[in-house]
Design a protein around this ligand. Structure first.
Ligand code: UDP
Ligand code: MG
Length: 319
């Protein structure tokens, strides 16, 4: 009896790069022998300010037929860079990984083996068993974010990374999802294909200067939740209902006190009520505004990125 296995004719490695000039040579030398050399490496330069693009051109020159380079006209963000790379890749599977050497390359053969040996598996997710060096504030924020995210979306993504192996079927579905605000980690999971997790230890010995600021993290958290869930929008209704119930109770209390001749205590209560209700209203308007802006951005239908140079195919000018 022969056990069926998948063949990997060509592996695509998709690597978003933002100011990564110092890491690309080392990363390429680690990757080049994978899958017995039957691979392509797609570097997407996401508007770097350093010489990332010239490093990519040099690597492309030194490794003809293996390296592809895509250059964005400005910084469009990691999600856009991953998408551009996935659109350009031609392998039977693609692995997305960071350029900053934090994702351990020695996990890749294990990911490939899992894909080859399990015909029903379409995604291999690398899941962190340790966290990068992070401040206490960041750690608390990330913990809170994942709690809110899994509550509002029903997806459990704690310790998931963008280091993933995707089968061609998944790549084709992902690149054709029409939405503009794409949250890679979440959407891949949302597609629903059978996935398997593999533990990785993030390599935090590398000099990681590109860590996110808390403001960037807040924006990222907000975008990922807004693009996935309408729970914050619906919660306004519930908040309104709660306030309504509270105000009925308070009204009854006030009337009863007035009839007994002990009228409700004065000024501080009124000020407090105005402040609390005022801030709830403004906060709710803010939530409405966020969703409106999501709709506004989606409806404009602008491309997610603009490619200014492409060193494998002829130049193309947008997505
Ligand atoms: N990156 C990108 N565009 C950006 C920010 C980051 O393409 O605007 C790339 C970056 O070069 C790296 C990966 O995305 O390859 C992860 O970035 P980073 O190390 O900053 O994120 P973290 O490791 O903190 O998640
Ligand atoms: Mg990093």
């Amino acid at each position: 009896m022969s056990i069926k296995k998948r063949e990997l004719e060509k592996l695509s490695l998709v690597i978003p790069c933002f100011n990564e000039e110092k890491n690309l040579n080392e990363l390429t030398s680690q990757l080049i022998g994978l899958n017995d050399g039957r691979l392509e490496i797609i570097f997407v330069d996401d508007g770097s300010k350093d010489s990332t693009w010239s490093s990519i051109l040099k690597l492309q020159n030194d490794n003809p037929g293996i390296i592809k380079g895509i250059k964005f006209s400005k910084n469009f963000g990691k999600e856009a860079a991953i998408e551009a790379g996935l659109k350009a890749c031609t392998g039977n599977t693609a692995i997305t990984l960071d350029a900053d050497l934090e994702h351990p390359v020695d996990t890749i053969p294990k990911m490939i083996a899992l894909w080859k040996n399990n015909l029903d598996i379409y995604i291999v997710n690398a899941v962190k068993v340790n966290r990068q060096k992070e401040s206490l504030l960041k750690k608390m924020f990330i913990y809170f974010y994942f709690k809110v995210f899994s509550f509002s979306t029903g997806l459990e993504l704690k310790n998931h990374t963008d280091f993933k192996l995707l089968d061609r079927v998944v790549i084709d579905k992902y690149i054709h999802l029409p939405e503009n605000n794409k949250f890679y980690r979440g959407l891949i999971n949302w597609l629903g294909f059978n996935a398997i997790d593999i533990d990785i230890t993030i390599n935090d010995k590398v000099d990681n200067e590109s860590g996110w600021t808390v403001i960037q993290l807040i924006k990222y958290a907000k975008n990922s939740i807004l693009s996935f869930s309408d729970l914050p929008l619906k919660s306004i209704t519930w908040l309104g209902l709660l306030l309504f119930i509270f105000s009925i109770g308070l009204s009854i209390d006030t009337v009863v006190k007035a009839m007994n001749g002990t009228s409700a205590e004065g000024f501080p209560t009124v000020i407090l009520l105005i402040l609390i209700i005022g801030s709830i209203i403004i906060f709710s308007l803010g939530i409405l505004g966020e969703y409106l802006s999501e709709i506004f951005n989606e409806i404009k239908g602008r491309p997610k990125y603009v490619i200014s140079e492409n060193v494998e195919n002829n130049s193309e000018n947008d997505s």
